[in-house]
Design a binder for this molecule. Structure first.
Ligand code: CDP
Length: 200
């Protein structure tokens, strides 16, 4: 079975939590595509050459989750040649046998516009910054400023800007507790699987 769940949304919105929960529930593979851009950003050097030579080991580094890595990722993610170098890997992952969940910024709009399920997970900047601060600590005002700056860059870039696909289901995790957001996402996937099974 080939079945793709595309999850997009701004920084620290809960995409990863929902993506991992869906993957576990349905037995799908999960790819956090932000790690690809983070890995390119932290490697330094020529980002286009780095993106073209990216290896699975690069995604296992333990310094990819820092604020600095997030900023470096969003800078290299604005370079069209970097994005182009990462497209095939993501599309292969998305259509691998057994189903896949990918979370990122452009999965439902550019990488997999035909995805069976598209979710757009969002929350207010304050809620998202608070969550990120719980993960990384440090100065809370700086974490909020970095989240806002990164979102502006991701939404404003010319190539594959962050935006909801017109047919995405929006989940706002500033008003939904995480288990409720996961339950809604599960219901959306189940409905799509039923439609697929009935050939509709
Ligand atoms: O975890 P968080 O939501 O903070 O960020 P991430 O998903 O790890 O993404 C880091 C950065 O990579 C984003 O700010 C984007 O600039 C970029 N990115 C992208 O352009 N396209 C994707 N599909 C995923 C991430």
């Amino acid at each position: 079975m080939r079945f793709t769940v595309a999850i997009d949304g701004p920084a620290a919105a809960g995409k990863g939590t929902i993506g991992r929960a869906l993957a576990a529930r349905f037995g799908f593979a999960h790819l956090d595509t932000g790690l690809l851009y983070r890995a390119v950003g932290v490697r330094g050097g020529d980002p286009v050459a780095t993106a073209r030579a990216l290896m699975p080991d690069d995604l296992a580094r333990d310094d990819l989750r820092t604020l600095e890595a997030g900023q470096a990722a969003s800078r290299v993610a604005a370079i069209p040649e970097v994005r182009a170098a990462l497209v095939d890997f993501q599309r292969r992952f998305a259509r691998a046998e057994g189903g896949a969940v990918l979370d990122g910024r452009d999965i439902g709009t550019v990488i997999c516009p035909q995805a069976e399920v598209k979710l757009y997970v969002t929350a207010s900047p304050e809620v998202r910054a608070h969550r990120r601060w719980l993960e990384v600590g440090g100065d809370a005002a700086r974490v909020l400023a970095e989240v806002i700056e990164r979102d502006a860059r991701d939404m404003g870039r010319a190539d594959a800007p962050l935006k909801a696909a017109p047919d995405a289901v929006v989940l706002d995790t500033s008003v939904l507790p995480v288990d409720e957001a996961v339950a809604r996402a599960v219901a959306v996937v189940e409905a799509a699987l039923r439609r697929g099974a009935s050939g509709a």
